[in-house]
Design a protein around this ligand. Structure first.
Ligand SMILES: Nc1ncnc2c1ncn2[C@@H]1O[C@H](COP(=O)(O)OP(=O)(O)OP(=O)(O)O)[C@@H](O)[C@H]1O
Length: 317
C-alpha cells in the first residue's frame, strides 16, 4: 500500500490511495461513559484531570495541545485526532496506536495514555518536549558536537526500533522532538510499519517524499535489486542522513537554497544526481558519517548500530 505524506514546506502534494475502511481496534477498552483510557504503562492519567494550556501545533491528523495535570501540575502534550478522518488517516492512526503501545525507549517520545470517547474522538497523551521539533534549528549555526549529540540519540532510537522490526518511514526534522535537557526523541509513527515477515517489502512509496531514499522513491528502477527492496531499514538511514545534513547546512540539502522544488527536480536529485555531501569545511569524520548514511545503494548504507560506532560519534563522546 502506498501512503504519502506531504512536506509542509515543500508543497509536494500527491494523491492518497484509499485504505480499507476500519474502526478502532478493540484494545481500546470502553471503561466509562465519558472518556475512556488505555495505556502502555501502569500510570494512567485520567482525561478529566487534564487542563489545556495552549496549542503546540497542527499536524495533518489533528491538533497537539500542551496540557497540565490539575493535581500534580505535570505537563504533557495531548494530540487530539481529527474526528472526521478519512479511511486512510484512520488506518494511519491504528498503526500509530499499535506501535506506541509497543515501544518504550528513552529515545522515542513516550505515550502515556490513549483516550477514546464514545463519540469516537481519540486523543493521545504524550511526553511533553518543550523545545518542539528539530525544524526550529533551521537557520541556526549548529556545531559538530551539537550535531553528534543529536545524531547519537536519533540513532539509538532507530537502532531500538529496527531491533523491534519497526521501520519508521518518515524520519525528518518535523518528526524529531527535543527538550531543554538536550534530549532528542523520535515521534510520529503514523506511516510506520512493523515488519512481520523477513521478506515483507515495505520499501514502497511511503512517508514525506522529500526525505525518501532512492529505492523508496523509485522502487521500479532497473538497478534496484530484490535484496535492496527488502532492506527496508536502510530507507530510515537515508532520511536520517538527509535530516542531519539539513540541520548542519540550515536548509533542505537536495535543492539549491531558496528554490521551490517540483516533483521532477526532486526525483532527479534523489534518484539520478550524486548523493549530497557535507560541506568541504567539515571534519573528515563528519564528511564520512554523512557519506555512510547517504549511499545510493541501500546495501552499502551503514545500519543504525554501525553508525553508532562511527568515528564521528566516537570522537564527540
Ligand atoms: N510530544 C510533543 N511535545 C511538544 N510538542 C509536540 C509534541 N508532539 C507534537 N508537538 C508539536 O505539535 C506539532 C504537530 O504535531 P503532529 O505530530 O500532529 O504533526 P506533524 O508530525 O508536525 O505533522 P504530520 O502529522 O502532518 O506529519 C509538531 O510540529 C510539534 O510542534
Amino acid at each position: 500500500m502506498a501512503l504519502v505524506r506531504n512536506n509542509r514546506f515543500m508543497n509536494l502534494k500527491l494523491s492518497l490511495p484509499q485504505a480499507p475502511s476500519t474502526s478502532l481496534p478493540c484494545f481500546i477498552p470502553i471503561a466509562t461513559a465519558s472518556t475512556t483510557v488505555t495505556s502502555n504503562t501502569s500510570n494512567t492519567v485520567s482525561a478529566s484531570d487534564l487542563e489545556r494550556v495552549n496549542v503546540l501545533g497542527f499536524g495533518s491528523g489533528g491538533t497537539v495541545y500542551k496540557v497540565s495535570h490539575k493535581t500534580t501540575s505535570a505537563t504533557y502534550a495531548l494530540k487530539k485526532v481529527k474526528e472526521d478522518m478519512d479511511s486512510t488517516s484512520r488506518h494511519q492512526l491504528l498503526r500509530e496506536i499499535e506501535i506506541l503501545r509497543l515501544v518504550d525507549s528513552p529515545y522515542v517520545v513516550k505515550c502515556h495514555d490513549i483516550y477514546e470517547k464514545p463519540s469516537g474522538e481519540v486523543s493521545i497523551l504524550m511526553e511533553y518536549m518543550d523545545l518542539g521539533t528539530l525544524e526550529s534549528l533551521r537557520g541556526n549555526v549548529v556545531k559538530e558536537e551539537q550535531l553528534a549529540l543529536i545524531a547519537r540519540q536519533v540513532l539509538k532510537g532507530l537502532s531500538y526500533l529496527h531491533g523491534l522490526k519497526i521501520v519508521h518511514r518518515d524520519i525528518k526534522p518535523a518528526n524529531l522532538l527535543r527538550n531543554s535537557r538536550e534530549e532528542v526523541k523520535i515521534a510520529d509513527f503514523g506511516v510506520s510499519k512493523i515488519m512481520v515477515k523477513s521478506l515483507d517489502k515495505s520499501n514502497t512509496f511511503t512517508g514525506t517524499c522529500a526525505y525518501m531514499s532512492p529505492e523508496r522513491f523509485d522502487s521500479e528502477a532497473a538497478d534496484v535489486s530484490e535484496e535492496d527492496k527488502s532492506n527496508v531499514y536502510a530507507g530510515d538511514i537515508w532520511s536520517f542522513g538527509l535530516t542531519m545534513l539539513e540541520i548542519l547546512v540550515g536548509h533542505f540539502p537536495l535543492i539549491p537554497h531558496g528554490e521551490k522544488p517540483d516533483w521532477a527536480t526532486l526525483m532527479c536529485a534523489v534518484c539520478s544526481g550524486e548523493s549530497p555531501k557535507a560541506p568541504e569545511e567539515c571534519s573528515e569524520e563528519l564528511k564520512s558519517f554523512i557519506d555512510c548514511c547517504l549511499r545510493k545503494k541501500p546495501s552499502e548504507r551503514w545500519t543504525a548500530s554501525q553508525l553508532l560506532s562511527h568515528p564521528f560519534l566516537l570522537q564527540q563522546d
